[in-house]
Design a protein around this ligand. Sequence first.
Ligand SMILES: [Mg+2]
Length: 331
Amino acid sequence: MFTLISSLSKSFSYCGENALRSIRMSIKNLASLSRDEVKNLFSSIDTILTDCDGVLWLHMKILPGAPDVLNKFREMGKRVFYITNNNVITREEFCVKCDKLGFTSTKDDVLTTSYLTACYLHDIGFKKKVYVVGTSGISRELSRLGIRSFGVGPDPLISDVATLVMKDFKLDPDVGAVIVGFDEYISYPKILKAASYLNHPDCLFIATNTDERGPSFINDCVIPGTGSMVAAIETCAGRKPFLIGKPSTYIIDAIRKRYNVDPERTLMIGDRCNTDILLGTRCGFKTLLVLSGVNTLDDVMNWKQSDNEEDRGLVPDYYIGKLGDLLPLLT
Ligand SMILES: [Mg+2]
């Protein structure tokens, strides 16, 4: 276990604010660079942080060439971390998924927000109980660190709100935190309970991440993400959560506690600009957007021309159609 909390208050003052203020004047198509330019770029990088869904795979479908590119990075001596806002599975389950899809991984290479949320509570010495709006990925990571929790699974409105409030509702006085992650069983009773616990100012409010939606992978379907669930509870509770996942720099503090990561020699790869790329910008990393997931080149160009400085923090240094397109440039 690595100690995370001590650096929270000073997290990322070393490069974040200045980096965010910087204006990215150019965004380069990596595929249009010469092999020498690509070689020079990667010789200036030791650590690669990669998002997963939309970069390596879409749901359970491998994006062509992605496993070969990660293997190539490792061959080139780069340290590769999987850095995901996924909070539905544990790190071990994540490694099983990697294995099934042909990606090499060990538990130490994987940072999920389910795991990091449990680390956070463990490191602040949290002893009470957690009400979880989320999945067993969170409750199992909590349990491994000896933290009690409940709330996972369906909790539908049985009759009506009046009956729920007057007869069926009772707060557990031992609850000291509410964690909100992805919950396919999100319901009126769950929002009501979470907000009621959060009505007590001492109750911690933690969001694993705030991704609005998942990458669409079937029938042009919009998949509501964790952020949708966090927003519902945040609105009702009238409080802002402490954010664990990208673009919160907490996740990078966690890596820096364990490994010697030099921000200037680190590349962040992602498909979503307001999490992956913004994290990279805040931390002073080089950033690469792949166009195989959430954001498009049109999105990026709009932000690049925006008068809003924060929008320009969403603009990556480089982009490429998909990660697999890098392979011929690396070999
Ligand atoms: Mg993604």
